[in-house]
Structure formats: structure tokens, C-alpha cells
Design a binder for this molecule. Structure first.
Ligand SMILES: [Zn+2]
Length: 216
């Protein structure tokens, strides 16, 4: 059973809120995910704080509201899993150089329209969408959906990649586009160890071959 604590132990490696939501499911690069930190509405709220999509005060208000309206919280949680599936389909397709499914893109448009309908334009150095007056249970999703659309409309799509060692998706912001792993500490190191062991095995086999050669 996953807990709120396990949400805050995961690495945020996507470089975009939408990719980080996709990465709440982990597992091997192909096949089904084998772990999921989003197990309920409280975990969704904890993740949104951790990922920077909600303030702690907003999270406390949402937790309070979800206790008063458990059915609403369940529906908002089910919706967030559906949105995550949609984002997974869109960005995994782009990482593999395929075109995303058009009906999924249409749902993303509807989610974005809903998000902007609950947002407001706040002035900083430029204007930005914020959701500080949105007190609906779908609030954690708003900035995630908007980040997805921003990435699709103005990001470098050819920099969206899948990790070679696991199912995580990230934006490769390296200068020469050489990033291959979600993180060096996890998949990068595992890959280095695998190659080191393979190289040692090859050297050992070669040495044995030489000995046999000389002996015969
Ligand atoms: Zn990885």
C-alpha cells in the first residue's frame, strides 16, 4: 500500500508538471507499470504540493473539502487518473515519434478549456494563469493540464524522451540532446553497472579462450 510519504520520496525528473504526473507510475520501459504512488485523493493532493502545483494552504483546504464530500473527491480522483492516461498516451506517442490519438487530444482540449474557465490572469513580469480562487476538487489538475498544453504548443517536442531504463518520460534539456536516463542515480547507474559486468564477463571469457588456445 502506497502512502502519502511515498509520494514525496519519488524523483521529479520530467521537467514539466504533465510529465511528472505521468511519472507517478513507475516500472520497466515496456509492458505495464508495476507501481503507482497515486492511490487516492489525499495522495493526489500530496503529489500536487510536492510537484509545486498547489500551496500547502490550498492542499489543507482541499483535504478538508474532500472529507466533507467523499463522493466528489472520488470523482475528482477518477478524473485525474483518466487525465494521466491521456497525458501518457500523448507524450509517450511523441517520445516514440508517433502522432497522438486525436480523440485524446480533443479530451485534453476540453480539460484545458475547463482549467482556463476556473483560472484567472495574474500580473507578474508577464501575465500568467493562476488558480488561486479555484476551490473545486479538480483544482490539483488545472496547472498540470495547462502545462501539458503549453508543452504541446510551444515546447521542443523532439526533446521529449522516454528513459532507456524505465517508463519515465522527460524533457532532454542537455545541450547536445544526449540525455538517455530519467536520472543518473537510478537508471544511469544501473546501466553502467550492467555494462561493466558484461565487459568483465567478456574479458574473462577472452582470457579463458587464450589459455585454452595456448594449452591446446
Ligand atoms: Zn529511468
Amino acid at each position: 500500500m502506497e502512502t502519502v510519504e511515498s509520494v514525496t520520496r519519488m524523483r521529479l525528473v520530467g521537467g514539466n508538471l504533465a510529465l511528472d504526473l505521468i511519472n507517478t507510475r513507475s516500472g520497466p520501459p515496456v509492458g505495464s507499470p508495476d507501481d503507482d504512488v497515486l492511490t487516492g485523493y489525499p495522495e493526489l493532493v500530496a503529489w500536487a504540493v510536492y510537484a509545486g502545483a498547489l500551496t500547502k494552504a490550498e492542499a489543507a483546504a482541499l483535504r478538508e473539502q474532500s472529507r466533507k464530500n467523499p463522493r466528489g473527491a472520488l470523482a475528482a480522483f477518477a478524473r485525474s487518473l483518466r487525465v494521466r492516461d491521456d497525458l501518457d498516451e500523448v507524450f509517450r506517442a511523441l517520445a516514440a515519434d508517433r502522432s497522438p490519438n486525436t480523440s485524446v487530444l480533443a479530451r485534453l482540449r476540453d480539460d484545458e478549456a475547463d482549467a482556463l474557465g476556473h483560472g484567472q490572469l495574474d500580473r507578474g513580469s508577464t501575465f500568467a494563469w493562476t488558480w488561486r480562487d479555484d476551490h473545486t476538487l479538480a483544482r490539483p489538475l488545472r496547472p498540470v493540464v495547462h502545462a501539458a498544453v503549453q508543452l504541446l504548443t510551444s515546447g521542443a517536442l523532439d526533446r521529449i524522451k522516454e528513459c532507456e531504463g524505465c517508463r519515465f518520460i522527460f524533457i532532454d534539456e542537455s545541450k547536445n540532446r544526449s540525455r538517455r536516463w530519467c536520472s543518473m542515480e537510478d537508471c544511469g547507474t544501473a546501466e553502467k553497472i550492467r555494462r561493466y559486468v558484461a565487459a568483465r564477463r567478456t574479458r574473462a571469457t577472452d582470457a579463458a579462450g587464450h589459455r585454452v588456445g595456448r594449452g591446446g
